[in-house]
Design a protein around this ligand. Sequence first.
Ligand code: ZN
Length: 157
Amino acid sequence: MDRQARMKILAKQFGDMKKNPDMKAFFPDKNNPFIWHVSYKGPKDSPFEGGIYHCEINLKQYPDNPVTLQLLHDNGSYHIHESLCIVGLTQLGGQWTPGTSIETIISSLSILMDVPEGRNGIGYIVQTNKEHIALANAKSQRFVCSKCGVDHMTVFK
Ligand SMILES: [Zn+2]
C-alpha cells in the first residue's frame, strides 16, 4: 500500500476517533503523521477508572502490519517506554487483522490494563499493587506530555 493510501486510512481513523468521548489523538511531530499520541480513559469499574493514560502509537506499518505502542508515564499496569506488542492482546484474537481500527487497539489497551492474565506476551507489571495503581491514577489526571503538549487536566473537559 502506498503512502497516500495509508494517509487516507489514517485520516479516516482520526476522524472516527474524534467521535469517541473516551480517547483523543495528537501529533507529537507535525512532520510525521505516522506517530500518534493518544490519551484514553481508564476502564470503568476498575482501579484505573478516573485515570487518564497517554501512549505513543507507531503507525508506520499500519494497516498491513501490527502497530507498536508505548505508555509514556507510570500507570500501574504496563511498563513505560517499552514497546508493547499489540498482537498479544487477546481482545484482538491473538493475531493481526489489517482491518483493526486504531480505536479498537486503544480500547483493548485500556480494557486489558485490569486484565493482566489476558495479555500474555506484552509488557506489563506482573504484580500490580492497589496503592501504586491509585497513586498512578491520581498522577495521570495531572499529566502533561512534553512531546505533544496535551494537558490531562483539560483534555476531556
Ligand atoms: Zn504526548
